[in-house]
Design a protein around this ligand. Sequence first.
Ligand SMILES: Cc1cc2nc3c(=O)[nH]c(=O)nc-3n(C[C@H](O)[C@H](O)[C@H](O)COP(=O)(O)OP(=O)(O)OC[C@H]3O[C@@H](n4cnc5c(N)ncnc54)[C@H](O)[C@@H]3O)c2cc1C
Length: 415
Amino acid sequence: MRIAVVGAGWAGLTAAIELTIAGHPVELFEAGRVAGGRARSVTLDGRRLDNGQHILLGAYRDTLAMMRHVGADPDTLLDRRPLAVIDPAGFRMQLPTLPAPFNVAWGLLTASPICLGEKLATARWMQTVKWQRFQVDPDCTVAQWLDAAGQTGPLRQQLWEPLCLAAMNTPAERASAQVFANVLRDSLGSHHRDATDLLLPRVPLGELFPEPALRWLQARGCQIRFRHRVRHLSTDETGVAIDGERFDSAVLALSPRHLAQCLPEVDVPTTFEPIATVYLQYPEKTRLPFPLIKLSKNVGQWVVDRGQGMLGCALSGHGDWEALDDAALVHALHAELGLTEPLLWHGVIREQRATHACLPGSSSRLPRSPSPRLALAGDCCYPEYPATLEAAVRSGKIAAARLMASAPHSAPTPA
Ligand SMILES: Cc1cc2nc3c(=O)[nH]c(=O)nc-3n(C[C@H](O)[C@H](O)[C@H](O)COP(=O)(O)OP(=O)(O)OC[C@H]3O[C@@H](n4cnc5c(N)ncnc54)[C@H](O)[C@@H]3O)c2cc1C
């Protein structure tokens, strides 16, 4: 009995772990030399960094559980702190450690500089959204949703639109209101205070999950085939053929672009948003006032203090920044940060197709597998959430469960 998992991103690793837990022998195919996909460690000029600055939320329930399962302790590897949106140009909203929903209410009431009338209007709107169980017109964009709710004041520019871009990598004018409402439901709208927490990686992304996951899988006999890009895949009633090799079933855990290459008949998202990560190295003692800062000019959107003078700036979604070459981007960010310390080193990583755009109605165009022997995973296969680590992990869990429920397998041997 053989099961193949194609793609060793966070979705594929999760699927492989779930299948292994259920006692199925798994072979994992990965085109690259390392695991992690779009959330992996890279080396730039001898520095171990991430291919993109990642931020997690306390609401990433399944991601945190998978990390624990493979022995990667989130409490040690992630810097957890209450949500704060701090813009050095003036805006500040910081949640206290009160139980939910008082933490959000207090954070909103103390947000500055926002007038009381706007805070009360926003609190009323959030309550209405809760009463409506976070159900929104599926064809509506975030901008239309905010317009209809009268959310047109400074909180929109300072809070909702930046949160939308950060969470969905799609600007409010194009982003799905329903998916944004899902994100709010599971974070600011959650009964659990810690769901709103920001989790900033203390270690390179590889150490957060991909590398412990690989060690866990290898210790249980999973074969991992790096540098094997799957090119031919076909299914029939008895199984799946992958580059001519027979498997009883398979999970395909790929980005939309790679999924379309392997299975041209499957409907996948075709609109993408870019992300650039700009690393700026200052002298070791350089610190930001808070580990995550929102930048207010149109160039940088968020900057993360990674410790020892290294700052990681994330620029999400299509925007004016795309027209700047790397040197101009670095210069603009350095100027915007306004630090007096000298810039010692910089590195820029641009991902043109970082994530699929999270557009209204996209959940109805979910990629569907042509065979019960083949399950699809990957961040585009979990329509409740935007393209995130949590979407990838949840899709991996669902794909493994679907495969086990639908394809007949011989009795598994316990892992
Ligand atoms: C720059 C950047 C910043 C981001 N920031 C955040 C963030 O702050 N928070 C957050 O939650 N999410 C963030 N994301 C999104 C998150 O990284 C992705 O949603 C997630 O990593 C997707 O995982 P996946 O397993 O679905 O797909 P992928 O990571 O794309 O994994 C697919 C794997 O399949 C492999 N592969 C492709 N084709 C083949 C083939 N034919 N044969 C074999 N292997 C193949 C690839 O090499 C890859 O390893 C960010 C993404 C980027 C790019």
